[in-house]
Design a protein around this ligand. Structure first.
Ligand code: B1M
Length: 208
């Protein structure tokens, strides 16, 4: 019998094929898809997030675990959609206008997927209007990433546009030059210095 713990452990080791096979086996054994997601995949990704935050592992290990998470999700997703299982929230994330850096943003997006969020990746060089559109389309959280001191100022424009349109979405920002002070100054709801913290803050923001 496929154990949920085995799925979590295979994910942490980045064994994508094994994760896929174990998820398939669990479903064949009639384990509920939601349970496989929460107690297998998300549990494994949670452990990876914590280890990354404590600097026990680094970006390559997180990316490999995320690939294994995707492999498991490719089996689970159609069943979750069919059974109407609600994701815990919807995040629309992008790198702001003028900025092409996406490694950190992708990592944040992966961590959110790993935590059970429905993630809309808007890509790089994203104009304010696209974030507004994503909020209109039902995002609970809007995530802005910037790696350049010259583009982080775009975050303020996005926040102003969202507020002007009466957006109810919570706004979380991050990226190397961004700070908590900057977050407070431009009126974002949350700031995170790394991808694991971004998920913790995002979860708290949508509960608030
Ligand atoms: Co660029 N670049 N780059 N670059 N680049 C930096 C950022 C720079 C610090 C290098 C330097 O000069 N030392 C510098 C910025 C200086 C500044 O503004 N203060 C710089 C520059 C100047 C430039 C160009 C202008 C260079 C040129 O053309 N003259 C140019 C700009 C292009 C543009 O964007 N318009 C440019 C281009 C590039 C490449 C295309 C070559 C490439 C990007 C490839 C890609 O992303 N696909 C690149 C890279 C790779 C870097 C460095 C080397 C690495 C960035 C990175 O991916 N880090 C970087 C120097 C450095 O940081 N050592 C540099 C790893 C990543 C995981 O970290 O993105 O910080 P990071 O994400 C972290 C956290 O910040 C946080 O979580 C992540 C993981 O824990 N986080 C969030 C990120 N987003 C978040 C969002 C959140 C929450 C947390 O909520 C939504």
């Amino acid at each position: 019998m496929a154990s949920l713990n085995a799925i979590s452990e295979a994910l942490q080791k980045g064994k994508a094929d094994e994760v896929k096979a174990l998820v398939t086996q669990a479903l064949e054994e009639k384990v509920e898809a939601k349970k496989v997601l929460e107690e297998g995949l998300i549990a494994g990704m949670d452990i990876i997030g914590g280890r990354f935050k404590r600097n026990e592992i680094y970006i390559p290990e997180v990316l490999i675990a995320a690939r294994a998470m995707h492999a498991g999700m490719s089996v689970l997703e159609p069943i979750l959609i069919e059974s109407g299982v609600k994701m815990i929230g919807k995040l629309a994330i992008g790198t702001v206008k003028g900025d092409l850096h996406d490694i950190g943003k992708n990592l944040v997006a992966m961590m959110y997927k790993g935590a059970g969020f429905d993630v809309q990746d808007l890509g790089v060089d994203v104009a304010a209007e696209k974030f507004v559109q994503a909020s209109d389309d039902g995002a609970d959280l809007v995530g802005l990433s910037a790696l350049l001191t010259t583009t982080m100022v775009q975050m303020k424009n996005v926040i102003e546009s969202l507020k002007e349109k009466g957006s109810k979405a919570k706004i979380i920002i991050g990226g190397a030059p961004v700070t908590q002070n900057y977050c407070d100054e431009i009126g974002a709801h949350g700031y995170a210095a790394d991808a694991a913290t971004a998920v913790e803050i995002g979860k708290a923001l949508i509960k608030a």
